[in-house]
Write a protein that binds this ligand. Sequence first.
Ligand code: NDP
Length: 319
Amino acid sequence: MQITQESSEHFKCLILGSGPAGYTAAIYAARADLNPVVYTGIVPGGQLTQTTDVDNFPGYPNGVQGTQMMEDLKQQAERFGTDVRFGYATKVDFSGPVHKVEIDKDKVVSADSIIIATGATAKYLGLSSEEKYMGFGVSACAVCDGFFYKGQDVAIVGGGDTAAEEATYLAKLCKTVHMLVRRDEFRASKAMVHRVLNTENIKIHYFTEAQEILGNEQGVNGVRVVNNQTKEETNLDITGFFVAIGHQPNTELFENILDMDDTGYLITKPNSTATNVPGVFASGDVQDNIYRQAITAAGTGCMAALEAERYLAAREDIS
Ligand code: NDP
């Protein structure tokens, strides 16, 4: 899509997104004198601001709150001169040597290099109780939060590879894992299903959907489920409720511009964060449907900044 409006500001390095990938890219780009500008996106700090304790990010021996960690990363990026601005990209034009981005449907900025770190959004069921107990028993990341439910009974929704993988992960920590699958079969690969079926403390409930998550001021203490065939309702006693029904990468903006796979994840060159457009790099969950961890996002953020730096150094037309 072409943007005809003149750009009001020009940057060497523009970073879209403010999760671990965006801020790590900013730290590296700022230290390399690329004077990066970060537009935070609609959720400054990204997915981690929607969780409570983060215990698996190296460097925090006592754990850290997700919001605090993102504030720390922001401050670290700002310490080296990153310009962090609230705003989100509403249109991009990568057709010329200088890339243009419309911000907030209002102004247009341009940049010699762009690092996309717009992340992915976990899909949720849409129950009001799910929102109510978010971070207090409801989670979309078993690897991040499973530890807090050691020895307890939990439920996980979904029948895909993510749900299967997370259920087996939880089964190692928890007493019982109730797996709620809405059909009579899994979507997950045969190998993953085999693992689930052979894990004793995973109890599979086929044709079953969560109706309401139950709890009190202490957090979640149950879930009301319904068999969608018999309509029979049951309450399961659980303290953790995990949603694993897929993620949506935030890539709508780049449709027909950047290469992406069938599910919308950006495709980068092997062992690189380079996209199909020179000078445009992708890092974090927007290009990763496998690991989806803060630390892997930070790692690819670092890679993107190093690659942007090399790209700019090789461009003779940019001083
Ligand atoms: P998927 O889209 O593959 O699966 C989503 C699952 O959630 C399906 O079982 C679906 O049910 C169920 N679901 C969707 N919406 C609802 C709802 N509202 N209520 C109840 N259940 C619902 O997502 P995944 O995140 O599992 O996987 C995404 C991609 O990543 C896949 O290609 C997968 O193979 C890949 N992946 C690979 C891994 C690996 O190789 N180790 C690990 C994790 C993911 P239904 O089937 O009825 O639609």
